[in-house]
Design a protein around this ligand. Structure first.
Ligand code: SAM
Length: 312
């Protein structure tokens, strides 16, 4: 069992495993191993597979190692960011890579550990780093970015319509020290009638600052780029996204690899067209969690699963 301190329910586990049991023999890279929920199920379902787990969070790495100990040499877990996927895979594995899984965002234990500063329900230092050993903190972002950068981050990553008011309020209250300071600034910036609708008023801004602190879209961009070239024929890449910007990036990249889409070959786009398709799309539209799963685990509600398979 996953240790009690690291309780994270794997999202769309049935669907993820159904797609991964189809791959040939070899190694599956779980780029976001977390509590190893998906990987445990996969190793149990397919005794001929190995798993390389990656996580940028040291607490997750320790939890995943413990959770996978029973599988012995079939599983290994390293501390790394998936932006450097190719280098990590080259260093840590031999033989064919037959699956690559990204289950994006934060884990339940990260959200629940008060002192890590991810939660708007607690008073904690403004940290929000998944890798506590490096990088900038939420306090650095909130106390040093200029108003236009803060507005654009809160608006695009948080899809928050009051982004400019929030940015102005943050700047007026500097220095912000705790998550409570940020919640107070957000509440002061959002007009009272809007504050009462649509869940906690700080949810969107916290998500935006977290995505900036951890450079989540930049990591995904780079990890995806490297993933397809690592896969053996009939190997699969799976992405579970929880944010429309992430899913849009995955969809565009998959379409490009598949040689599909009206935008291919346009000189005004940065992505060059492919000479021959690299993948076939296993999912044309993203798969969604069942109603029962969402009822049992509300964190799954925004999940979107896309799968592509490498061609020979
Ligand atoms: C949603 S959880 C994964 C849960 C896992 N699938 C399970 O079943 O237990 C996401 C995990 O990915 C990690 N993570 C997020 N971005 C990462 C990145 N760029 N590189 C490596 N790990 C990352 C987080 O630290 C977190 O532990």
């Amino acid at each position: 069992m996953v240790s009690e301190e690291f309780e994270h329910r794997p999202v769309m586990a049935r669907e993820v495993i159904a797609h991964l049991v189809e791959v040939p023999e070899g190694t599956v890279v779980d780029c976001t191993i977390g509590g190893a929920g998906h990987s445990r199920l996969l190793l149990a379902a397919r005794p001929d597979l190995r798993v390389l787990g990656i996580d940028r969070d040291l607490i997750a790495v320790a939890a995943a190692r413990a959770a996978l100990a029973e599988f012995g040499e079939r599983a290994s877990v390293v501390h790394a960011g998936f932006a450097d996927l190719a280098e990590t895979v080259r260093r840590e594995t031999e033989g064919d890579i037959v699956g690559i899984l990204f289950d994006l965002g934060v884990s339940s234990p990260q959200l629940d550990k008060r002192e890590r500063g991810f939660s708007y329900w607690d008073q904690a230092p403004l940290d929000m780093r998944m890798d506590s050993s490096q990088g900038i903190t939420a306090a650095d972002v909130l106390n040093t970015y200029d108003e236009s950068d803060l507005t654009s981050i809160i608006s695009s990553y948080g899809e928050e319509r009051f982004a400019s008011r929030i940015a102005r309020e943050v700047i007026a209250r500097r220095p912000l020290v705790t998550t409570g300071d940020l919640v107070d600034a957000i509440k002061a910036a959002i007009p009272a009638p809007a504050r009462r609708k649509g869940g906690h008023p700080a949810r969107r801004t916290f998500q935006a600052i977290r995505m900036e602190v951890n450079r989540e879209l930049q990591q995904l961009d780079s990890g995806l780029d490297e993933s397809v070239h690592l896969l053996a024929p009939r190997g699969r890449v799976l992405v579970l996204a929880y944010h429309s910007l992430e899913d849009r990036m995955v969809k565009q990249r998959f379409n490009n690899w598949a040689g599909r889409g009206p935008k291919l070959g346009r000189p005004d786009l940065p992505v060059a067209p492919l000479e021959a398709p690299l993948v076939r799309l296993v999912t044309r539209k993203p798969e969604r969690p069942s109603e029962i799963e969402v009822e049992e685990n509300p964190r799954a509600s925004s999940a979107l699963l896309r799968v592509a398979e490498r061609l020979a």
